[in-house]
Design a protein around this ligand. Structure first.
Ligand code: PSV
Ligand code: MN
Ligand code: MN
Length: 399
C-alpha cells in the first residue's frame, strides 16, 4: 500500500464502528429448530459480556443493540442495565421494541384493525423510547411483522393510515438526541402483503412521521436481484438513510455472516457511502449494525468474523480513487470505471490493519486472540452449570 492509501485506510478505520446485536449471542436459529450451544448467553449480562469480548478483540464495537422483550424483564431499571453494559466495556445501542411476539398481534400491531391493539403496540414503543432515553441510546429501531397472508384479508390503505398515525405519535415522544429507524422487509412472516415491504414505503412513512425518522436497510430484506447499493445511494441523496442491519444471504432473510456469500455487494454499499462523502465533503451519520442469527457457528466467533469483514470492506471502499472514477465516468469509459472499484476491492489491506491494531493496542489477529483467551470454553462451562442450577431448558424465542 502507498503511504496515501495507508493514510486513507487508517482514517477509515478510525471512523468506523459497528453495533453487535444482543440476540446474536443467545440461542437463535431457524423457525424449524435450533441447535443449542453450551456457551450461548442465558441472560442480558451474558450477552453484554460477549459483546464486550467482541469489542475487546476488534476495538470497533462499542455499542450493543437490545431487543426489549428479549432483554428487559418487568421492573428492570434501565440505568442499572446501562451500568452493567459499561462494566463489560460497552454501551447500550439501538433499542428494538418487540411488536410481533405478543398473542394480541395475530392480526398486526400498528396495522391491527382493533384500536386497543394499536394502542398496546404504541404504549410498548413509548416505553422503549423511554428506555432509550434512560440508557442514553441514540436509536429506536422499529421492525414490524405486520401484514396479511391472503388477498382480501385486510385493507392495505386503511393499514397504511394506521401506520402513518402511529409512527407520527412515536416521533412526538423522541428526545432531541433520538432517531427513529424504520426497517422494511418484503415478506415473512406475512406472505401475501407486508405493511412496510420496501424502502419506498419506509421512506414515505418516515417523511410523514417527522425529521428524526430515517430508513433502516437490512441487507437481507430484499428480493434476490435487487440493487441494494442503488437504494443506499438514493436514500443518501435524500438524507433519509438512517442505518443498516448487516448480514448476508443466499436466498432471503438468511442472516448469514456478512460477506460469507457476496463480499463485493457489501463493498459496493460502502463505496456508495464513501463516494457520497467525497462529493459532499462530509461523512453521513449512519448507524452500522449487525443483525444475524447463528445456528451452527460459535456465536462470538461468528460475530468477530462479521465485524472483521465489515471493517475490511469499509476500508477497501474508502480506497476507491474518486477522481479517477469521475474521470472515467465523464468519458463513459466503462472498463476503467469498473476497474477503479475492482482495484480497491482487491487491495491487500493487511498492512493497514496491522498498523492500526498495533497503534490501538489491539490483538494482531482478533479471532485467534479470542480463541486463545479461553473465553468460549469458560463461558460454556459456567453457563452449562448455571442452566442446570436454574433448571433452564435451552430453547424459546423467535429470531
Ligand atoms: C426481522 O427479520 C429482523 O430483521 C428485525 O430487524 C428484527 O428485529 C430482527 O430481525 C430479529 O432478529
Ligand atoms: Mn433486521
Ligand atoms: Mn431480518
Amino acid at each position: 500500500m502507498t503511504p496515501k492509501l495507508l493514510r486513507r485506510a487508517r482514517e477509515a478505520l478510525d471512523s468506523f464502528a459497528i453495533e453487535t446485536p444482543s440476540w446474536g449471542f443467545a440461542d437463535t436459529g431457524t423457525r424449524f429448530g435450533k441447535f443449542f450451544q453450551d456457551a450461548a448467553a442465558i441472560d442480558l449480562n451474558d450477552k453484554l459480556a460477549d459483546a464486550g469480548e467482541v469489542n475487546r478483540v476488534t476495538g470497533c464495537c462499542p455499542t450493543v443493540a437490545v431487543h426489549v422483550l428479549w432483554d428487559f424483564k418487568a421492573g428492570d431499571d434501565p440505568k442499572r442495565v446501562a451500568k452493567l453494559a459499561r462494566q463489560h466495556g460497552v454501551q447500550i445501542g439501538a433499542i428494538n421494541p418487540n411488536l410481533f411476539q405478543d398473542q394480541c398481534y395475530k392480526w398486526g400491531s400498528f396495522g391491527h384493525n382493533d384500536p386497543a391493539v394499536r394502542e398496546h403496540a404504541l404504549q410498548h414503543c413509548y416505553d422503549s423510547i423511554a428506555i432509550g432515553q434512560a440508557v442514553g441510546s441514540e436509536y429506536v429501531s422499529l421492525w414490524f411483522a405486520d401484514g396479511t397472508n391472503y388477498p382480501g384479508q385486510g385493507s392495505i390503505r386503511e393499514r397504511k393510515a394506521y401506520f402513518t398515525a402511529a409512527l407520527q405519535a412515536c416521533h412526538e415522544k423522541l428526545s432531541a438526541k433520538q432517531t427513529m429507524l424504520v426497517e422494511y422487509k418484503p415478506f415473512e412472516p406475512a406472505f401475501y402483503h407486508t405493511d412496510i415491504a420496501d424502502w419506498g414505503m419506509s421512506y414515505l412513512l418516515c417523511k410523514k412521521a417527522g425529521p428524526r425518522s430515517k430508513v433502516l436497510v437490512d441487507t437481507g430484506h430484499h428480493y434476490s436481484a435487487q440493487n441494494i447499493e442503488q437504494i443506499v445511494a438514493w436514500l443518501l441523496d435524500e438524507d433519509m438513510l438512517g442505518g443498516f442491519h448487516f448480514n448476508d444471504r443466499r436466498y432471503a432473510d438468511d442472516d448469514l455472516t456478512l460477506g460469507s456469500i457476496d463480499p463485493y455487494q457489501a463493498f459496493r454499499i460502502f463505496h456508495e457511502i464513501h463516494f457520497f462523502a467525497a462529493d459532499r465533503g462530509r461523512m453521513p451519520k449512519i448507524a452500522y449494525m449487525i443483525d444475524q442469527s447463528h445456528n451452527e457457528k460459535p456465536k462470538i466467533e461468528a460475530t468477530i468474523q462479521t465485524v472483521l469483514m465489515a471493517q475490511e470492506l469499509y476500508v477497501k471502499a474508502a480506497l476507491v480513487d474518486h477522481a479517477a472514477l469521475r474521470k472515467a465516468q465523464a468519458k463513459n469509459n466503462v472498463v476503467d470505471a469498473e476497474l477503479e472499484l475492482k482495484k480497491a476491492f482487491f487491495t491487500d489491506v493487511a498492512p493497514a490493519f496491522a498498523a492500526w491494531r498495533k497503534a490501538n493496542k489491539l490483538p494482531a489477529d482478533p479471532l485467534a486472540d479470542h480463541r486463545k483467551s479461553g473465553y468460549e470454553r469458560q463461558a460454556a462451562t459456567e453457563r452449562k452449570r448455571r442452566r442446570q442450577e436454574l433448571g433452564i431448558v435451552q430453547g424459546g424465542g423467535y429470531a
